[in-house]
Design a protein around this ligand. Structure first.
Ligand SMILES: [Zn+2]
Length: 440
C-alpha cells in the first residue's frame, strides 16, 4: 500500500511537511519519501493499493493513554458496579472497540476493567477474534476500603466492578502478583478517594503501601500508574516509584520536583472535567460542579505546563467510557485542552497522543510515529489539525484509518444494539454528551 500526497505530521514533534509517499508492506511501514516511490517503481509486477491523500493530513493513529473500555458510557456508580453481567460486559466492550477505531484511535491504555476482563479482551484482539485497537491494560484497580470515588458503595473487602479492595501490605503484594499472573500490562492504584462530607479527594494509601505495590510490580517488570487528585498524592506516589501519574490535580512545586527526580510521566486527563464544565448542562449532568472543575483545570494546567517545560512526558487520555465521555467522540478533546490551557502548539499536542502514547503502550520502538520499521497505524484527516485541533474529534474529517497495515471499512465501525435488561440505570446525566450535541 502506498499513501501519496498531502501533508505529513509524523508524530515525532517535527513540523508538518509534504508527504511524498509512505509505503506499507504487511503491517509495517517499510519506506518513506523518495525511497517509497523508488520501491514502488521496483515493484511494478506486484499490485499496490495507492491511497491518494492530496490536500489531506497524514498522521499516526491516535493513542489514548487513559480510557475505560469496559464501562460502556456509564451514567452512575450504581450502573458501573452492580448491574452488569460479566459476559455481557465483554461482548459490549468488544463492540465499543470498533467505535474507537472509527474515531482514529489505533491504540489505548486501560487502567482497570469491569470484572477484570481487560487481558482477555486484549488477547482476543491480538488473535483476531474481535476487531479493535491495540490494547495495554490493567486487570482491576487496587482500592483501599475507603472506596476510591465511590465511597460506601464499595465493600470493605473483596472485589466489585473494576475494583479490588486491599487492606494491608500483604494483600497489596498478593493482588499485584495475581493481577500480573492474570495478564496485567499495568498496575493501577487509586491513591486518592473521597469520603462523603469531606472536601476534595484524600490520600487513601500510605507511603509504605504505595512502595510495596511499586516494588512488587517492578520486580516483575510491570509499571504502575496511580489516580492522584490531590497535592500530596502526586509527590508521594512519584517518590515511591509510580511510573505514571493520572490527573496530577493540584500538583505543587515539590510534587513536580519529585516527578522530575523519579522520571514519572503524567496523563492529566482533563477531558471529563472539561466536558462537564462546558457541556454538562446539555445532558442534565449534576450541576454545581462546573466552576469547581474549571478551577481545577486552570490551576493544574499551569503546573502541567511547567512539567512539560521541564521535560516531563505528558500523555493524552480521554477517560472515555462515561456518559460525559462516550466512546468514539472525545479521544482528541485532551489535545484541544492542551492547546487552549497549556498553550502547546497543535503539533506539540499531537505528540502527546502519538510518540508519547507509545511509551504508555510499552511499544516505543514499534508505535506512535510514522517512521520506517514501525507498525502501520495511520489516519488520514480531510482537514488541517494544525490550524484547528478540534477537527480530530470530527469523525466526518477522519477519512481513512489504517490499523496494523489494514485499511478499514469505516462504514462498518459504528455498531449499535437494542436495550439490554438491567444495563442502564443511570443518573449522572440525562443524555449522552456526543460531540455533535455539544456543538448543535
Ligand atoms: Zn480513569
Amino acid at each position: 500500500m502506498l499513501i501519496s500526497g498531502g501533508t505529513l505530521i509524523d508524530g515525532t514533534g517535527s513540523n508538518p511537511k509534504p508527504n511524498e509517499g509512505i509505503l506499507i508492506e504487511g503491517n509495517q511501514i517499510t519506506a518513506i519519501g523518495k525511497d517509497a516511490i523508488k520501491v514502488l517503481n521496483n515493484h511494478e509486477d506486484k499490485e499496490i493499493v495507492v491511497i491518494d491523500a492530496s490536500e489531506k493530513t497524514v498522521m499516526p493513529g491516535l493513542i489514548d493513554s487513559h480510557l475505560h473500555c469496559s464501562f460502556d458510557d456509564v451514567q452512575s456508580n450504581d450502573e458501573l458496579f452492580f448491574h452488569r453481567d460479566p459476559t455481557l460486559v465483554a461482548l459490549i466492550a468488544a463492540q465499543n472497540l470498533r467505535k474507537m477505531l472509527r474515531a482514529g484511535v489505533t491504540s489505548f491504555v486501560d487502567p482497570d476493567t469491569s470484572h477484570g476482563i481487560g487481558p482477555a479482551l486484549r488477547d482476543a484482539v491480538n488473535a483476531g477474534v474481535v476487531q479493535g485497537p491495540r490494547i495495554k491494560t490493567g486487570v482491576q484497580a487496587l482500592l483501599t476500603a475507603v472506596g476510591g470515588t465511590a465511597g460506601r458503595l464499595i465493600p470493605d473487602e473483596g472485589t466489585v466492578g473494576y475494583a479490588q479492595i486491599v487492606n494491608s501490605k500483604d494483600e497489596i503484594v498478593k493482588w499485584v502478583r495475581r493481577h500480573i499472573k492474570y495478564g496485567a500490562d499495568w498496575i493501577k492504584l487509586h491513591a486518592t478517594g473521597s469520603i462523603p462530607g469531606r472536601s476534595g479527594e484524600l490520600m487513601v494509601w500510605n507511603r509504605e503501601e504505595i512502595r510495596a505495590a511499586c516494588q512488587t510490580a517492578h520486580e516483575l517488570s510491570v509499571p504502575v500508574m496511580a489516580h492522584c487528585r490531590g497535592t500530596e498524592s502526586v509527590r508521594i506516589c512519584a517518590e515511591e516509584g509510580v511510573d505514571l501519574i493520572l490527573h496530577a490535580s493540584f500538583m505543587d512545586d515539590d510534587g513536580l520536583e519529585a516527578v522530575i527526580a523519579n522520571g514519572a510521566s503524567i496523563c492529566p486527563t482533563f477531558t471529563f472535567l472539561a466536558n462537564l464544565a462546558d457541556f454538562g448542562s446539555k445532558v442534565q449532568a449534576s450541576s454545581g460542579m462546573e466552576d469547581i472543575f474549571r478551577g481545577e483545570i486552570e490551576q493544574t494546567a499551569k503546573m502541567i505546563r511547567k512539567a512539560y517545560d521541564s521535560g516531563v512526558r505528558i500523555l493524552s487520555g480521554s477517560e472515555s467510557g462515561f456518559a460525559l465521555t462516550p466512546y468514539g467522540h472525545w479521544h482528541a478533546r485532551e489535545l484541544e485542552i492542551f492547546v487552549n490551557y497549556l498553550d502547546l502548539t497543535p503539533v506539540e499536542a499531537i505528540t502527546t497522543a502519538t510518540k508519547n502514547g507509545a511509551w504508555a503502550m510499552q511499544m516505543e520502538n514499534d508505535l506512535g510515529t510514522i517512521e520506517t520499521e514501525k507498525f502501520a497505524d495511520i489516519i488520514i484527516v480531510d482537514s488541517d489539525p494544525t490550524s484547528d485541533i478540534t477537527v480530530l474529534n470530527d469523525k466526518s474529517r477522519i477519512v481513512e484509518v489504517i490499523s496494523d497495515g489494514k485499511k478499514l471499512n469505516l462504514d462498518d465501525l459504528w455498531p449499535d444494539h437494542g436495550p439490554l435488561p438491567g444495563w442502564k440505570v443511570g443518573n449522572w446525566a440525562g443524555e449522552i454528551l456526543t460531540w455533535e450535541k455539544a456543538y448543535e
